[in-house]
Design a binder for this molecule. Structure first.
Ligand SMILES: [Zn+2]
Ligand SMILES: [Zn+2]
Length: 76
């Protein structure tokens, strides 16, 4: 869904909620545990909807690092 995006304030809030760390727990490069890659700036992180049918709000926003985001995109 190319039209899905999070407004800046949601990204900022999500970044604060997870202390700037990648929330991915599923992809192969860190199997079985959380990725935890740290982004100091919320601008640099990647954000995906947990459920694309839900609105782009904080509770539906997942922070990923670039590597995990690539994996997520690849597995679509
Ligand atoms: Zn990651
Ligand atoms: Zn990952």
């Amino acid at each position: 869904m190319p039209d899905y995006f999070f407004p800046d304030y949601v990204k900022q809030a999500a970044h604060r909620r997870v202390d700037g760390r990648c929330e991915c727990t599923t992809c192969g490069s860190h199997a079985g545990k959380r990725c935890d890659t740290l982004y100091w700036s919320y601008h640099d992180a990647y954000y995906v909807p947990i459920n694309p049918k839900e609105p782009p709000e904080m509770h539906n926003c997942k922070l990923l690092c670039k590597r995990c985001w690539r994996q997520a995109e690849a597995s679509k």
